[in-house]
Write a protein that binds this ligand. Sequence first.
Ligand code: GTP
Ligand code: MG
Length: 636
Amino acid sequence: MSSAVKSVIVGTAGHIDHGKSALVEALTGTHPDRLEEEKRRGITIDLGFAFLEENGVRFGFVDVPGHERFVSNMLAGAAGIDLLLLVIAADESIKPQTREHFDICRLLGVQRGVVALTKSDLVDSDTLELVRLEAEEYLRGSFLQNAPVIPVSSKTRAGLEELRKALHTAAGNATVKDAWRYFRLPIDRAFAMKGFGPVVTGTLISGSVGPGDEVELFPTGDRLRVRGVHSGGKAVERATPGQRTAVNLAGIEHTALKRGMVLAAPGKFRKTRRIDVRLESLASARRIRQRTPVHFHAGTAETIAEVFFHGQKELPPAGSALANLKLRDEIFVLPGDRFIVRQFSPVVTIGGGTVLDPLARRPMLRDTGRIAYLETLEGGNHEEILSAMTERAILGLGYEEIIARTGWLDREIRETAKKLTAAGRVKTVSTEPLVLLSEKIFAEVCKRVLEKVEKFRKDNPLLPGIQREDLRSSLGKRVRAETFRAAMEELVTQKKLDASGELVKKAGSGITLQPEEVKAKDQIEAAFASAGLQVPSVKEVLAKLAIEAKRAERLLQILLRDKNLVRVSPELIFHRDALAQLKTRLAGHKESKGDKISVPTFKELTGITRKYAIPLLEYLDRERVTRRSGDDRVIL
Ligand SMILES: Nc1nc2c(ncn2[C@@H]2O[C@H](COP(=O)(O)OP(=O)(O)OP(=O)(O)O)[C@@H](O)[C@H]2O)c(=O)[nH]1
Ligand SMILES: [Mg+2]
């Protein structure tokens, strides 16, 4: 740990009127209630914030309402907390929202905290001891089992010093959120500030943000520019995780921004309406049945979800299940994100859990591997997870999809892919961009390529091979370009295919001609060879053969491809020997008569008509044997 200040978010929790806001004020000097209605009614309605920086720790306090009607506001604040400040009034002890708030923090995975027995000035020492015992009893077996339980009074300030020390100790042990991961800020407030424009606030849960950054707004997908960032009440160059953060944005109206949206690193992530999760139910919950609608809360977002259990029909109290949640609204979550579910009516917290697959599919009965897959996502290491993910991606798994599905950094992705490739579990079909395919699917593609090449050869015995593009499209859309290229490379390396240029054929395979075809081919060649420059028409030659036109045409193609015959113009074909002789003759002419030659002289020299002479000369120009110069040619 560097000497830099450590940022820690402290969240209050506890029943209404137990003194949460008063305690925050006693600790920080700031009363967190900010709404007119809150002041009038003397209760907290929405989240309040306060700061305290001392002894190398920057505490950001998130004060929540205790009223049962405002639990959804409480949830938006509880999502990013590092330390729980559980408030229990000494004169009332544990009450319903003490339990509900504590359940929520447990389900959200909060790891540490401190218990304050508030209003200690209102009770005698026996009562105080009794409440302490009740609290300890209640917290047994939970993450607060060994947490300090400190009687305090915001009125007399008794115990505040001890509480402050306990908060420092807990802060020292708190794990710092990931500054090096992708930027994510769930928005809990949005407003306009005179002269600045739209501002959103939230607890920075990952990455960092500073002026000039481009960010993406979820779920809308808007790309926005950060004009300024405030943290702990002052402008900062970069806000880091564990800080209450205010971001001044450009390019949007503040009315388009609201709680539940998320600011994140641009171009990395996808919104979703279906997630696969580990769902846990509270002991106090009713049995949750298949397709039950519930209130769903993740980060600061809130929507409605329909629960579908994988591999079981219902979830008993204090149970655990793998489930698919179909969400009414689009949200942005990543694996490992916690969420809370609340019953429809009466609205009480019934459970929560962890996101496993943020981009889940609709559950399908025939998808029998789903449960094992989710268990791997839940408990596997990077290699196991990426390998399982690749196996389920029939088309191959691209770099961008890996990020959207995991939130992993470039280094993590590449290292994991490398290990899996080396172990032969995954085929890297392309490194830039990275595309992975399971070894099994890759082997299948290679096999299909060989089969297609073989079939083409059977169907087209006279063609030297299949065009690369035709081969690719014959495999269908399910084989992406990168996969096809890698398969070709692999098969050529294994000497199973020849793929020079655009033609692909079985390695070492030539064209096998039938006896009558061999004869016909020879006849075609002989017809042109014997004609010299007085060539016959192609039609004439082919018509004389004993085989049908289509096959004859292919034989001609073979002769042209092998360059025994040369096509000089669409209608004119010469034998290569005739052309070679012509070139020799021109060279002789140049030697004896100089390098100029006129069209009449050329006709005389070759004995051919003007009809043939002109295309032939143009061919020689293209071949750079001659060059046109006015009406004449220069022999080069
Ligand atoms: N005597 C005494 N009164 C206190 C103490 N702490 C809070 N109070 C009083 O208790 C009442 C409720 O305090 P708040 O801090 O608003 O309680 P809260 O937990 O924030 O309430 P909600 O936010 O509405 O859930 C107020 O009238 C406070 O003045 C204390 O330590 N001693
Ligand atoms: Mg309050």
